[in-house]
Design a protein around this ligand. Structure first.
Ligand SMILES: *Cc1c(COP(=O)(O)O)cnc(C)c1O
Length: 373
């Protein structure tokens, strides 16, 4: 019996996406000004409960822009979980500052506040909380550490649009936050990013840096080295259409996470399988549904699934295993066992709107068969 191919991710563009992009083209506003950009920034700020939202070309430059706006540079350090996507650490490196890599919590898979506090030095200029796989980082503990040490906490919320901590939406929890709208994220603009903040002075600096550094009062006067990190009105048209359906798109992620849980949870102990959990204070938006399996079986299971036309991805390798961050000084000489275990055992499963109950049956049946072999 032949089966259709099930990818890991697939965008859901079934709302006003085509209509809005068509309007942007018909109106001739295809570059980095236009009504969809203004609307997307206004509505995304409302979505996060912040005063400001600045649209950017992608999520990586959103982080870079934020760190530049905070004045980060050579000699400075930013505490980052080693278990994250490479962009979180690279954006720190772009500024000349150094990422200090710390270990994660085994339950939420996000940065462990105890390790954050231990890693603080006189050079620490920011703590980066990364809300991984849709689960928020433990913001209450991180903000408490930040307050006590006078260090701002920033959020990399690329994977967690609409996630909540004690009822408050990510993006508005720390000093500032960044988002990605890459094609596989919860909301997408193709390529795109956003910085959110309540800080008026920071927002003004970010706006200037994003637009080549131009003086807001004097056209073509560039008093500093800026960047072109702008989003297009075409991308923002997609963003407006996605944001209209944010709760619907999140509901599909939750449905899929529930579907995997119902089918796999009864077999967890027997097969050494672990599903994502949700802390009592958190609403996870389950960006990708994931499982952890014994390290020795992980790659075999992925091959077994690929042979059955089911695409999966391994978890990110922790940053301290990549060549540019391998020097022990990046982790202050400490071992990072939780990040390593996650990198060795995690699998991302297909997670997208069009996934049906029958597809979930097929995927979970194959997972169980693969692990039982
Ligand atoms: C996707 C992602 C980014 C980068 O976003 P791009 O839009 O791909 O540049 C940054 N951090 C995390 C955690 C991500 O998942």
């Amino acid at each position: 019996m032949t089966h259709s191919f099930l990818p890991v991710a697939q965008p859901d563009l079934g709302g006003q996406e085509l209509a809005y992009v068509t309007q942007a083209i018909q109106e001739g506003w295809i570059s980095s000004t236009g009504r969809f950009l203004t609307r997307f920034e206004t509505e995304f700020a409302q979505f996060c409960g912040t005063r400001h939202a600045l649209a950017c070309a992608n999520g990586t430059v959103a982080i870079h822009l934020l760190l530049l706006g905070m004045g980060l540079g050579p000699g400075d350090e930013v505490i980052v979980p080693s278990f994250t996507y490479v962009a979180s650490a690279n954006a720190v490196t772009y500024t000349g500052a150094r990422p200090v890599l710390v270990d994660s919590e085994p339950v939420t898979w996000t940065v462990d506040p105890r390790h954050v506090e231990a890693a603080i030095t006189p050079r620490t200029k920011a703590i980066m909380a990364v809300h991984l796989y849709g689960h928020p980082a433990p913001m209450a503990a991180l903000l408490d550490i930040g307050r006590r040490h006078g260090i701002p906490v920033i959020e990399d919320a690329a994977e967690a649009h609409g996630a909540k901590v004690e009822g408050r939406t990510v993006g508005g929890l720390g000093f500032a936050a960044t988002f990605s709208f890459y094609g596989n994220k919860i909301l997408t603009t193709g390529e795109g990013g956003m910085v959110t903040t309540d800080d008026d002075a920071l927002a003004a600096r970010l706006r200037q840096l994003r637009g080549q550094g131009m003086d807001p009062e004097r056209r073509y006067w560039f008093p500093l080295v800026g960047y072109n990190y702008r989003m297009t009105n075409l991308a923002a048209a997609l963003g407006c259409a996605q944001l209209e359906r944010a709760e619907e798109l999140i509901a599909h992620r939750l449905r899929i996470a529930r579907g995997y849980r119902e089918r796999l949870a009864p077999h967890q102990e027997r097969l050494g399988l672990q599903l994502a959990s949700e802390a009592s204070w958190a609403r996870s938006v389950h960006w990708l549904s994931c499982i952890l399996v014994p390290a020795a079986q992980r790659d075999l299971l992925m091959t077994f699934l690929a042979e059955r036309q089911i695409e999966t991805r391994p978890f990110f390798p922790p940053m301290h295993r990549l060549p540019m961050y391998a020097d022990p000084s990046f982790r202050q000489g400490r071992p990072l066992p939780v990040a390593e275990a996650l990198g060795d055992t995690g699998i991302n499963l297909p997670t997208y709107t069009a996934l049906s109950d029958a597809d979930l049956d097929r995927i979970c049946g194959a997972i169980l068969a693969g692990l039982e072999r």
